[in-house]
Design a protein around this ligand. Structure first.
Ligand code: ASP
Length: 401
């Protein structure tokens, strides 16, 4: 009976029925699957922007001083850059050893029309962080611009000390609590959403795509699993002072949501709920670390992009020099930061890295077929890394005080 009351059980049931119905009914399930998926995903998207606004502000306003904020910022930054770099190096080593691209040269002429490509340079991406109009950034859901604006806004309130601080503190804290309650309601739509998402993917993609790209698929998967089950747990135990298995159990709901929605941003409300309520990470830390993490910290995406780029080079028979591999590393860090936390964003950013090392942009066509499936896993790794980051930063900050 307890099992039937558990959300995890119902999400799993949604998954099983999704696979079954998607496989049996193929495209005719879409009129049912698509609305089911949309109800869940739209509900999550509905609360993302308010959560970001309230959480960044209430997080910063609960921090005592500018000095404490700086320390928090430095730890967060160091964790994000370190784990992203480790993820990329793992991917680079694996793809160089396995050489998945050496046997797909016959696919090189893949049809690449209509494949989305990222526009602009890395510099453009950085400049674009400043919103020319914060209100339209909010309305358009431009998360990174809103984060930038809210950090600035909250820093200035901090300087006013008591004059406005108490009012805004109550306002943003209250707003945040209300949004978290809404999350707890929306979570119950997850089983229906998962059913719709999975049925849609199985009906449209099927499993055939994996066969031709088997070696590539498993190279990315192997790297992602290594990062999730070895690298991050080691960091979590060493610096977070937490048993990784316990943390995994606490995060289960967010992990499932990330896997099925392929969007770190849509998962953010649930990540926050798990980290604050189950892991007992201080809200001021979680409120600061997680929204930024969902936007900029994408270990899974970075690893995937590095493997994809080197795979494409191998498929074209191009041997990358050591310097080019370093360029891949650096541009991948930036491309993963610049990727939006939505489905397939990482795929679109691959073109930026290809451009940086002078590889043919059409190469992205090679990896498209299995992108949707890999997106599910890399998004899960992204969210998993964000949550480990919150625990690590929380632990290190606690030790300091
Ligand atoms: N879907 C990923 C995320 O939301 C981004 C990507 O496409 O790699 O984290």
């Amino acid at each position: 009976m307890k099992l039937l009351k558990s959300l995890t059980f119902w999400i799993f049931a949604g998954f099983v029925f999704g696979v079954l119905f998607g496989y049996l009914f193929r495209e005719s399930i879409l009129p049912v699957a698509n609305p089911a998926a949309a109800i869940f995903i739209n509900s999550l998207k509905m609360i993302v922007m308010p959560i970001i606004i309230f959480s960044i502000a209430s997080g910063i306003l609960n921090i005592e001083s500018g000095k404490e904020l700086r320390k928090l910022g430095v730890k967060t930054f160091l964790y994000y850059v370190t784990t992203t770099t480790l993820a990329i190096i793992t991917g680079q080593i694996l793809v160089t050893l396995v050489k998945p691209g050496s046997n797909v040269t016959n696919l090189v002429s893949a049809n690449v029309e209509n494949i989305p490509a990222a526009e602009g340079s890395i510099l453009d991406i950085l400049i674009d962080i400043i919103p020319t109009n914060p209100i339209s950034a909010m309305a358009e859901g431009n998360v990174i611009q809103v984060i930038f604006f809210m950090i600035l806004f909250s820093l200035i309130i901090m300087r006013f000390q008591d004059k406005y601080r108490t009012f805004y503190n109550d306002f943003f804290q209250g707003g945040f609590n209300i949004m978290m309650e809404m999350v707890r309601w929306i979570i119950w739509l997850a089983p229906v959403g998962v059913f719709g998402i999975v049925a849609g993917i199985v009906a449209e993609t099927g499993f055939d795509a994996i066969i031709g790209l088997m070696k590539y698929f498993f190279t990315v998967l192997g790297g992602l699993l290594f990062h999730a089950f070895v690298t991050l747990p080691v960091i979590l135990s060493m610096f977070g002072g937490m048993n990784p298995w316990l943390h995994f159990k606490n995060m289960l709901l967010a992990i499932e949501t990330a896997f099925f929605t392929s969007s770190s941003m849509a998962t953010l409300p649930i990540t926050m709920e798990c980290v604050i309520n189950n892991d007992k990470v201080e809200p001021k830390v979680a409120n600061f670390v997680l929204p930024i993490g969902a936007t900029v910290n994408m270990d899974g995406t970075a690893l995937y992009e590095a493997v994809a780029v080197i795979f494409i080079a191998q498929a074209y028979g191009i041997e990358l020099t050591f310097i080019q591999l370093i360029i891949v590393l650096l541009t991948t860090v930036l491309a993963s930061i610049g990727a939006a936390a939505i489905p397939m964003a990482g795929f679109v950013m691959i073109t930026i890295i290809l451009k940086a090392v002078g590889l043919p942009l059409e190469g992205v066509g090679l990896v498209l077929a299995v992108d949707r499936l890999l997106d599910m896993v890399r998004t899960t790794v992204n969210v998993w890394s964000d949550s480990c980051g919150a625990v690590v930063v929380n632990n290190l900050s606690r030790k300091e005080t």
